[in-house]
Design a protein around this ligand. Structure first.
Ligand code: FAD
Length: 450
């Protein structure tokens, strides 16, 4: 029987990073993947959505170019070409992962892994032995048992990324990050988009003021908040509105984006502790079985690609590394890559209130910034908010809405992770002109002293 130091199941941003890091430490590693390299992130998530969103943003910018002195003859959006570009990007990234595996001497096996026990995994007829096991099997879209939810025109994020034609109308059920990114994309390319959300606001992790502005800026999208979908028919989505009235909205296509569930099928008989959100792990990503670790979406702690990759490093450091790392969740940035973009890291004021942490905050308008004005004019909308501890001034949260948010937010994560105070940030030199200067402006607004 072939034996390995480590078997990793799943080659998403959790699994392939774990395999790469362990391989780089000279360990014998088998990576098992039932589909293709890259998992949901590369093939059906982060990368294809960002590729399509970029195409749609270019289309919008081209249509608006005249006000910046650029004349365009006729501008149109070709979905087939945008999809082809997306596929090209995915292929390039998949071959990048393949190269990484080869260069770190990771053995890859394509097939469905069946975990027999903590030290044995079967693929096809063959059983492989391992000292350690990392489960990185990810998550799948939830399709709730609403009447009509299995009709052909009801898609999840996987199906909608393969569309051949631009739909005339689209109803998106769920106003989380995935729903809002697709709302942004389809509204930019001319589809009539409606979002139906059960909660009283979209994007639950976002500062409430920012979420409201995000809705306002998605001008072409109709939002129905506090509404419960009751049935989907061939032509319409029927729902009960916030006042308890029955309503309906026409839809040629429906996107179901109400959440994701962990891929734990077949793992129960291992004796693993599994709860609704996923496999239970400690802060070292270790399960109740000492040699079995679970990283990424399958443990349900933070459904983000970069969280999965960090969990991979934490798990491998605890199994083979010289120092045992811990997973910290308080400074994980998130981003919404729509038009506008938004991003955040750390606490909102509401969350701080629930934790009983006294905070102070300052919000600055992006239109007070030179670069933003040069590129968007004074009608453009955007906000930056910095939240600090009321007594110590340690930065606890930074929230952004506007261009470059997704690129700026790593800096916020660094400030929060390093536990810098407002007065420390005031001494950092920011490049000018850059939208990021607004973070420093918000810090000076919190503390004018020199
Ligand atoms: P996955 O990427 O899901 O990979 C799991 C892999 O395991 C899959 O390849 C699967 O085939 C394989 N597998 C499962 N079971 C078995 C088995 N028994 N045998 C062999 N192989 C198996 N996150 C971000 O951070 N930024 C974004 O912009 C972003 N956008 C997203 C957009 C969409 C539409 C979606 C759906 C998700 C998005 N996410 C984003 C979330 C991100 O994709 C996930 O958090 C991330 O992919 C989780 O990584 P993972 O390694 O845990 O699992």
């Amino acid at each position: 029987m072939e034996s390995f130091d480590l078997i990793v199941i799943g080659s998403g941003p959790g699994g392939y990073v774990a395999a790469e890091r362990a391989g780089a430490l000279g360990k014998t590693v088998l990576l098992i993947e039932k589909e293709q390299y890259g998992g949901v992130c590369t093939n059906h998530g982060c990368i294809p959505t960002k590729s399509l969103l970029n195409s749609a943003k270019l289309y919008v910018h081209a249509k608006e170019a005249a006000q910046f002195g650029v004349q365009t003859e006729s501008v149109s959006f070709n979905l087939a070409d945008a999809m082809a570009w997306k596929e090209e990007t995915i292929k390039t990234l998949r071959s990048g992962i393949e190269f990484l595996m080869k260069s770190n001497k990771v053995q890859t096996l394509f097939g469905e892994a069946l975990v027999l026990d903590a030290h044995h995994v079967q693929v096809g007829e063959t059983v492989y032995e391992t000292s350690y096991l990392i489960l990185a099997t990810g998550s799948s879209s939830v399709v709730p048992p609403i009447p009509g939810s299995r009709l052909d025109h009801v898609l999840t994020s996987d199906g909608i990324l393969e569309l051949k034609e631009i739909p005339a109308s689209l109803v998106i059920i769920g106003g989380g990050v995935i729903g809002i990114e697709f709302a942004s994309f389809f509204s930019m390319i001319g589809t009539k988009v409606t979002v139906i959300e059960m909660m009283s606001e979209i994007l639950p992790m976002m500062d409430a003021e920012f979420a409201k502005l995000m809705r306002r800026e998605l001008k072409a999208v109709d939002f129905h908040l506090g509404c419960k979908v009751e049935e989907i028919t061939a032509e319409a989505v029927l729902y009960t509105d916030a006042k308890g009235q029955k309503q309906s909205v026409q839809a040629s296509l429906v996107l179901m984006s109400v959440g994701r569930r962990p891929n734990t099928q077949g793992l129960e008989k291992l004796g693993l502790d599994i709860e609704r959100r996923g496999v239970v792990v400690n802060d070292r990503m270790q399960t109740n079985l000492a040699t079995v670790y679970a990283i990424g979406d399958v443990n349900g702690r933070s459904l983000l690609a970069h969280s999965a990759s960090r969990m991979a490093e934490v798990a491998v450091s605890n199994i083979f590394g010289s120092k045992a790392m811990h997973m910290r969740y308080h400074a994980i940035p998130w981003a919404v890559y729509g038009n506008p973009e938004a991003a955040g890291c750390g606490l909102t004021e509401t969350e701080a209130g629930k934790l009983g942490i006294p905070v102070r905050s300052q919000t600055v308008q992006m239109r007070s910034n030179g670069r933003f004005l040069a590129e968007h004019g004074k009608k453009g909308a955007g906000l930056v908010k910095v939240i600090c501890h009321a007594e110590t001034s340690v930065i606890l949260g930074i929230h952004l809405l506007g261009p470059y948010s997704s690129e700026m937010i790593w800096g916020a994560a660094a400030l929060i992770e390093a536990e810098l105070r407002v007065q420390d940030v005031k001494e950092i030199v920011f490049p000018h002109p850059s939208v990021s200067e607004l973070i420093k402006d918000a810090c000076f607004a919190l503390d004018h002293t020199l």
